[in-house]
Ligand binder design. Sequence first.
Ligand SMILES: CC(C)(COP(=O)(O)OP(=O)(O)OC[C@H]1O[C@@H](n2cnc3c(N)ncnc32)[C@H](O)[C@@H]1OP(=O)(O)O)[C@@H](O)C(=O)NCCC(=O)NCCS
Length: 155
Amino acid sequence: MEGRVEILNNADYAGRMAEIEKSSQISPWSDRLIRECFAPNSRSNVLGYFDENCCLRGFLVYSVLLPESELENISVEPSVQDQGIGTSLMKSYCDILERLECEKSFLEVRVSNDRAIHLYSKFGYFKNGVRKKYYPCADGTREDAILMMLERSKK
Ligand SMILES: CC(C)(COP(=O)(O)OP(=O)(O)OC[C@H]1O[C@@H](n2cnc3c(N)ncnc32)[C@H](O)[C@@H]1OP(=O)(O)O)[C@@H](O)C(=O)NCCC(=O)NCCS
C-alpha cells in the first residue's frame, strides 16, 4: 500500500485510533488509555500510518527512556492487514531507535500471534522470556505472553 508514516502529536486522531484498536485487538486499549498517550506528562509517542487518501490505517505507540525503549502497541485496521503497513510502522520506529542510539527495545506479544511474532523477528527481535497467563482471552481463559527484545548492533 502507498502511504506514509507520521508522528501524531495531539489527540486529534485518538477516536480513529480507538476504532482501529477495537477492530483489531483481542483485548483492546480503552479510549482513555489511547487519549493518555497525548497527555502533556505522557512518555508515550505515537506514529500513524496514513493511506493515499490521508486516512489513518494503523498506529504504533512507543516510549523511550534511554538507553531503552518499549514498543507498547501496534495495530493495523483488519481490512488492510498483510499489506505492509505494520512493516512501514516498524521501520519508522527502528529508524527512530537508531537515531536516538537506543540500545534495547522490549515488547510483549501473545504466544498465538504468529503474524506479529513474524513481523518483530523480521526486525531482529528475539524471544527472551515468557510471562505465564498474562493476556485475557475471549473465552475467559488466559494466554502466555512472549517477551521479545531488540539489541542495537554495536558498530
Ligand atoms: C500484527 C500487525 C500489527 C502486523 O501488521 P500488518 O500490516 O498486517 O503487517 P505486514 O503486512 O507489514 O507484515 C505481516 C507479515 O506477517 C506475515 N504473516 C501473515 N500471517 C502470518 C501468520 N499467520 N504467521 C506468520 N506470518 C504471517 C506476512 O507474510 C508478512 O511477512 P513478510 O513481510 O515477511 O511477507 C497487524 O496484523 C495487527 O494489527 N494485528 C492485530 C493487532 C496485533 O496483534 N498487534 C500486535 C500486538 S503485540
